[in-house]
Ligand binder design. Structure first.
Ligand code: HT7
Ligand code: ZN
Length: 891
C-alpha cells in the first residue's frame, strides 16, 4: 500500500482556471468531454500537468485543439502526466464511463434508474482525467444530455442557463456555476424526480429559489427538510452574517449513498434517509437528524465551499468547524422551542447527545490502531479518514477555541478568516492564525490539538483546608501513546469548574489573590503537566463539579464515592454534569456486576443506585427530555470500551440484570411517568413532545425488561394504536429488545405494514439484529437470524443503508451476540467484509472497522478475531480501503 504524507504537499505547476464539461449520459457508455483551461503556476518550478484518472476509458486527448502526440503523455499508476508548453493551454479530453456497473457509489453511478455523482474525496477522477485535488479551483460550465423519458430532470451546480430538446428522444440542460470550486464539489443528477420549492428573500433582499427533489411518491415527505433548510439559512444569516450566495439551492434525495449527504455547490445530494420524513414513517430522532444534516450541508456553503481545504489532511478545517456550527444551530433550535425557562436544559440535552457520540466512537478510535490527530499526518486511503476524530473531536477543538476566546472573540476570528481567505484553499494553521490575530491570543500550544492523537486523561485531586476556608484543586494531564506518537507534550485544556455547597447550591468563586468573586463557574486553563488552583473564602467543604458542559474532549478521573455521585445527580446546577454523575454511577454499578458474574457471584443492584434514579425520575422540575437522558443507562458499546479486558458476554449479563432491576424495582414510577407523559393530539415534530415520547418509550423499555406485565401490555397497546412512528417503533423496540414473544409477533406485523417502505424496513432490520436473548441457553443466537436475513427479499448488499442497518447494527450494536465465544460471529464478519469489498470498498471498510479494537478483548476472543483479520488481510485483490484497516489492526 502507498502511504501519503502531509509533509509532502507541494503546489502544482499547473492549475485549471475553467472547465467545460459535456456529459452524454448512457447506462453503460457515458461519454464525457471536458475542456480544461490550464494556467501555469508562476510560483512553482515547471513540470507536467498531472491528471488523475481511474476506472474509465481514455478516448482522446487534445492540446490546443490538436491530438496530443504520445511523446507528450506519460501513463502512470492512477493517471497521466501531460507535457504542456507556454503559460496557458487548452486540454480537451474524452472519456467513456460505465455508470451502471459502478457499484462503488463514487464517481458517476446509477440508482433506481437515475444518474448521480459523488466526488468527495476522489470521485471526480472516475468521471474524467483531472488534477483532482482540492487546491485546484475552477469555474465550471456543464452540459448534460440524457434520454428525456428516463431522466426528465437534469441538474448540476449553479444556475441553469439553457435547456432544450435533442434528437432521438434526448434533451439537454446547461448549468453554470459562478463560483470557482474544487472538483470534489462538482455534482450531476439526471433522474425522474419531482420537487417541493419555496422562494425566499435573503438578508440583503435577494430572492432565492430552494428546491427539495425526490422520487414522485415521496413528495409528501419533503416538508421537514425544506423547513430545516429555511431555518438553516436564517440561522447562518443571524449567527454569522453569512448569506446564501447563489440564486438557487437544491437538495436531492438518493437511495444508494455511501454516507449521510454531500455539500456539492448549490446541489446537495442526500442519502434519502436524511431527507424524507412523515409522522408515520419517521421517528422524532429521524426528524432531529434530518434537521441537523440539512443544516450541516448548508453551512458547508461557507465553511468548506467558499473557503475550502488545501489538501485532504486539512479535512477537519471544514468538517470540525461545520459540525460545531451544526451543533450550535441545533442547540439554538431546541432552546428556541423550549422557551426562556427551558432553554438551558434543552441545550444540555443536545450537548449530552453530542458527547455520547464522541465518547462512544471517538474515544474508542483514539484508543485503537486507527488513532490519528484531527489533522492526520499520513493516510493510505483518504476515505478511511472521514472519522469521528476529524469530525467530532474536530468540532470539540473548535468548541474549545470558542470557550477560550469567548463568543465575540471567536466571531471576530471567523470574520477575519472569511475576509482573508474567501475563494481560497487553505490550512488549519490559516484558520487558527485568524483566531489568534483577531483576539491577540497566542495559540501556539493550542495547535497541539491538531497534531497529537489520543484522548488526554485529566486527573483531579481536591484538598479542603477547613481552617482557612480554602479548597485546593490540583489538575494533572497525561496523553497516552498512540501509533507513531510515543511521547506527547501537555496540551492547553479548558476545564470549566464549579463548587457546590452541602445544600446543593453553587458557591461564588474567588481565586487566591483576586480582589472579587468571578461567578460560580470558572474556566481553568490547564497547560502544564500539573497545576494547582486555590479557591478562597469558602464557608464549608465543597463538592467539585469539574469539566462542566464537557469543556474539553478528555477523560476526567477523580475519586468520588457513590454518595457524592448521587449528590451531584440530584444537585449539580450544570445539567451536563448532573447527567454525567448518573452515568458514572451507572457505569460503576454495571461494570462491578460484570465482574461479579465473571467470579460466579450473585448479581445485586445496589438499592442506593435505584433510589438515585428514582429521585431523578420523580423530579418534576426537570424536563422530560433531560429525564430520559438522565435515567438511561450508558450504551453497551461505550461500556465495553471502558471494560478491560472487554468481555461482551459478562457485560450483557450485567446489563440485563441492571435493566431488569431498574424496571421491576422502579415499576411504580415508570408506570406513573408513562401515564403522565402522554402526548395528546395529532403528531407534530416538536422538541417538547419528543422529550415526552422519549421518556415514555424509555419507561416501556425498562418495564418490559423488568418483566412487569402491565408494562408489556402497555407496550402492546401502544404498538397497536400508535399514530406515529416514534410511538410505534418505541413500543416494538421495548418488546423486541427483551426477547419477548410479543416482540417476535410485533416484528411480523410491522413487516406486513411497512414491507414496501425501504427506509422503514431499515429500522426493521436494525431492530431485530440488536435484540438481546432472554435465555441464551434456549434460543438460537441472533447471528442465525442475521445470516438468514441476508437472503430476505427486502435486503440488498448493494444498498449501503441496508448493509448498515443489518450488518452495522449487529457488529457494532449487539456485542453480546456478535462476540460469541466460539468465534462464529467473526468468521461471518470476515465473509461479509470480503464480499462487500469486491463491490464497494468504502462500505466494506466501515464494516471492517468494527473489529479494529480487538486487542481490548479477553484473550480467548482475541485469538479468534486475529485469525479472521488475517484471513481478510490475505485476500487477493483487497482494496486499499480495507487493506489499511486490517493492516493497521494487525500491526
Ligand atoms: N463532506 C461530505 C463527505 C462525504 C463523503 C466522503 C467520502 C465518501 C463519500 C462521501 N459522501 C459525503 C459529507 C459531509 O461531511 O458533509
Ligand atoms: Zn461535512
Amino acid at each position: 500500500p502507498v502511504t501519503i504524507h502531509r509533509g509532502d504537499y507541494a503546489p502544482l505547476p499547473w492549475t485549471v482556471e475553467a472547465v467545460e464539461l459535456r456529459i452524454e449520459l448512457d447506462p453503460t457508455a457515458t461519454r464525457v468531454s471536458s475542456t480544461l483551461t490550464c494556467v501555469r503556476n508562476p510560483n512553482v518550478e515547471a513540470g507536467p500537468l498531472r491528471l488523475f484518472g481511474e476506472s474509465m476509458e481514455l478516448v482522446e486527448l487534445r492540446i490546443d485543439g490538436l491530438v496530443a502526440s504520445t511523446t507528450r503523455i506519460t501513463h502512470e499508476h492512477g493517471g497521466l502526466l501531460v507535457q504542456l508548453d507556454g503559460d496557458r493551454a487548452e486540454v480537451s479530453i474524452v472519456t467513456h464511463v460505465d455508470p451502471s456497473s459502478n457499484t462503488t457509489l463514487s464517481g458517476l453511478y446509477m440508482s433506481r434508474g437515475g444518474y448521480f455523482t459523488q466526488c468527495e474525496a476522489e470521485g471526480f477522477r472516475r468521471i474524467t482525467y483531472f488534477p483532482d485535488r482540492p487546491d485546484v479551483m475552477s469555474r465550471y460550465r456543464v452540459t448534460i444530455t440524457a434520454d428525456r423519458e428516463a431522466c426528465p430532470v437534469l441538474l448540476s451546480n449553479g444556475n441553469l442557463i439553457d435547456s432544450g430538446e435533442l434528437d432521438d428522444g434526448r434533451h439537454f440542460a446547461q448549468w453554470e456555476d459562478p463560483f470557482p470550486k474544487p472538483s470534489y464539489l462538482f455534482a450531476l443528477v439526471a433522474a425522474k424526480l419531482v420537487c417541493l420549492e419555496r422562494k425566499l428573500e435573503t438578508m440583503s433582499g435577494r430572492e432565492v429559489l430552494l428546491q427539495v427533489w425526490v422520487e414522485e411518491g415521496n413528495l409528501d415527505r419533503t416538508e421537514h427538510a425544506m423547513d430545516s433548510l429555511i431555518r438553516s439559512l436564517r440561522w447562518d444569516e443571524q449567527a454569522f452574517g453569512l448569506e446564501l450566495d447563489l440564486d438557487r439551492f437544491m437538495i436531492v434525495a438518493v437511495s444508494d449513498f455511501n454516507m449521510g449527504a454531500m455539500e456539492n455547490k448549490g446541489l446537495n445530494i442526500f442519502n434519502a434517509k436524511f431527507v424524507l420524513a412523515r409522522p408515520d414513517t419517521a421517528t422524532d430522532v429521524d426528524y432531529e437528524r434530518i434537521e441537523s444534516v440539512v443544516a450541516h450541508e448548508y453551512f458547508h456553503n461557507w465553511t468548506g465551499n467558499r473557503v475550502t481545504c488545501r489538501d485532504w489532511f486539512q479535512l477537519t478545517l471544514k468538517e470540525g468547524l461545520t459540525v460545531f456550527r451544526d451543533q450550535q444551530f441545533s442547540a439554538d433550535m431546541l432552546a428556541e422551542a423550549a422557551g426562556e425557562e427551558g432553554a438551558a436544559s434543552a441545550r444540555a440535552v443536545k450537548r449530552i447527545d453530542d458527547v455520547k457520540v464522541l465518547r462512544t466512537s471517538q474515544f474508542a478510535e483514539d484508543a485503537g490502531p486507527m488513532a490519528h490527530p484531527i489533522r492526520p499526518e499520513s493516510y493510505q486511503e483518504i476515505n478511511n479518514f472521514y472519522t469521528a476524530t476529524v469530525y467530532e473531536k474536530g468540532a470539540e477543538v473548535i468548541r474549545m477555541l470558542h470557550t477560550l476566546l469567548g463568543h465575540e472573540g471567536f466571531r471576530s476570528g471567523i470574520d477575519l478568516y472569511f475576509s482573508y481567505h474567501d475563494g481560497q484553499a487553505v490550512t488549519c494553521d490559516d484558520f487558527v492564525d485568524c483566531m489568534a490575530e483577531a483576539t491577540g491570543r497566542d495559540l501556539e500550544q493550542f495547535m497541539l490539538w491538531y497534531s497529537q492523537a489520543g484522548t488526554p486523561i485529566v486527573r483531579a485531586n481536591g484538598k479542603w483546608l477547613a481552617g482557612d476556608g480554602i479548597y485546593v484543586l490540583t489538575l494533572s494531564q497525561h496523553l497516552p501513546p498512540t501509533p507513531g506518537q510515543p511521547e506527547k507534550a501537555p496540551q492547553l485544556i479548558p476545564v470549566a469548574v464549579g463548587l457546590i455547597d452541602p445544600d446543593g447550591m453553587d458557591m461564588p468563586l474567588r481565586f487566591e489573590g483576586e480582589s472579587h468573586v468571578g461567578g460560580t463557574t470558572r474556566v481553568l486553563e490547564l497547560g502544564e503537566t500539573e497545576q494547582t488552583w486555590r479557591f478562597v473564602d469558602l464557608p464549608s467543604a465543597p463538592v467539585p463539579s469539574l469539566l462542566r458542559g464537557f469543556s474539553a474532549p478528555v477523560r476526567l478521573e477523580l475519586d468520588e464515592d457513590d454518595e457524592c455521585l448521587a449528590f451531584r445527580m440530584a444537585n449539580d446546577s450544570d445539567p451536563f454534569n448532573r447527567w454525567d454523575a448518573g452515568q458514572r454511577y451507572a457505569e460503576r454499578v454495571v461494570l462491578s456486576l460484570a465482574e461479579s458474574h465473571e467470579h460466579g457471584k450473585l448479581l445485586e443492584v445496589p438499592a442506593a443506585f435505584l433510589n438515585a434514579v428514582r429521585s431523578t425520575l420523580c423530579d418534576d422540575s426537570l424536563d422530560a427530555a433531560f429525564r430520559a437522558q438522565a435515567c438511561a443507562l450508558p450504551g453497551e458499546t461505550y461500556l465495553l470500551e471502558r471494560m478491560r479486558p472487554a468481555d461482551p458476554t459478562s457485560l450483557r449479563v450485567a446489563m440485563q440484570a441492571v435493566f431488569a432491576a431498574m424496571g421491576a424495582g422502579l415499576a411504580d414510577v415508570w408506570l406513573r411517568t408513562y401515564h403522565d407523559m402522554e402526548v395528546n393530539g395529532a403528531y407534530r415534530y416538536h422538541p417538547g413532545d419528543a422529550g415526552r415520547r422519549a421518556l415514555r418509550n424509555l419507561a416501556l423499555r425498562y418495564l418490559v425488561a423488568g418483566g412487569v406485565s402491565e408494562g408489556v401490555s402497555r407496550a402492546g397497546t401502544q404498538f397497536e394504536y400508535a399514530s406515529n412512528m416514534t410511538e410505534c417503533f418505541g413500543a416494538l423496540a421495548a418488546l423486541v429488545m427483551s426477547g419477548t414473544n410479543e416482540g417476535r409477533d410485533g416484528l411480523e406485523v410491522f413487516y406486513s405494514r411497512y414491507r414496501d417502505d425501504a427506509l422503514v424496513m431499515d429500522k426493521w432490520f436494525a431492530l431485530q439484529v440488536m435484540a438481546w436473548r432472554r435465555d441464551p441457553s434456549e434460543e438460537a443466537p441472533v447471528l442465525d437470524r442475521v445470516a438468514s436475513l441476508l437472503g430476505h427479499d427486502a435486503f440488498s448488499m448493494s444498498n449501503p443503508n441496508k448493509v448498515y442497518a443489518l450488518l452495522g447494527s449487529f457488529f457494532r450494536g449487539n456485542p453480546g451476540e456478535f462476540h460469541l465465544p466460539d468465534g462464529s460471529g467473526y468468521a461471518f464478519w470476515a465473509d461479509r467484509v470480503i464480499e462487500l469489498d469486491r463491490a464497494n470498498p468504502q462500505v466494506a471498510s466501515r464494516m471492517a472497522r468494527t473489529l479494529e479494537n480487538w486487542r481490548h478483548f479477553a484473550p480467548h476472543l482475541q485469538d479468534e478475531i486475529r485469525s479472521q483479520l488475517e484471513r481478510v488481510a490475505s485476500t487477493d485483490g483487497l482494496s486499499p480501503d480495507v487493506s489499511e484497516i486490517v493492516g493497521k489492526a494487525l500491526a
